[in-house]
Ligand binder design. Sequence first.
Ligand code: SAM
Length: 344
Amino acid sequence: MIGSTRTATAPGGSVMTDPFGRAINYLRVSITDRCDLRCVYCMSEDMTFLPRADLLTLEELGRLCSAFIAKGVKKLRLTGGEPLVRRNMMSLVRSLSRHLQTGALNELTLTTNGSQLERYAAELADCGIRRINVSLDTLDPAKFRAITRWGDLGKVLSGIDAARKAGLAVKINAVALKNVNEDEIPSLMEWAHGAGMALTLIEVMPLGEIGEGRIDQYVPLSLLRARLASHYTLIDLDDNSGGPARYVRVSETGGKLGFITPMTHNFCESCNRVRVTCTGTLHTCLGHEDAADLRRPLRASESDDLLSAAIDRAIGLKPKGHDFIIDRQHNRPSVSRHMSVTGG
Ligand code: SAM
């Protein structure tokens, strides 16, 4: 019955199942809404951030993540905002890494803009992180500055180098932006594949007010894929990293190219994910305004019983899917939350 999903104990451990029979085993946690960049499609320039007092402490975030792991989450991604700008965030990573050692968690990973990676890469690897996603939309320094409003491409490239030297596998994520980087996709791909990194392209989504319409940013990946296919041989791959991307192998480069297409083809039928914000709000769908407060049950008791029940209730209400639309009639946010709040 919807609203009353329970965590079941199966031979491999606990499993959370939503009303549509989807096992929920992937948690993304935004550990801060703050970021050191202001990407034009993500935030407005004068973005207001949450008062620090509203944020869960790192200890609370650790407890929250551990409660999800006890309920069957196997893959945990820290994100933001920019996760590496939260002060002392490595203490959270180190504490969560114990779940890798016990085998309760299969993967602990991170999505980052790369600006702070030079400083943290070695320590992340030391904590058992094996692969990370770095968001990078262009290799042109001036364009990078324009997209991020003030970012320094050199710092990100040094961060990527440091990550690879530390033994981390790096996947590059690029949001496809009309008239901005769409022509650069082949060279971005050649660069990534040449360095042994996969590249995933993402369609821009109508999330949050950004001070301009989305229609000028949005380019469907079906179009970019067709353009690539006229120059490269794209071979569909079956492998699924547990996320929303669909992959091809590019014969000419030997590398992997992913497509995340929330606009042209949603991937809700295989959704295994939920997201928690830095204030402890659980969102069971990126494309809905649904929200469950976990901060109150977390703080109400030292035991995790109330928290666990609140998680079950929310998963029992996980929507079947979402449909984003960007066109001239729908040039406003579908969801008021910015990606930096929900966690990408
Ligand atoms: N700061 C980190 C980073 O840059 O990867 C993590 C957070 S960021 C919000 C996560 C991802 O969301 C980035 O790849 C970013 O490009 C993407 N993103 C942000 N807003 C988006 C939007 N409206 N549509 C599609 N992707 C978006």
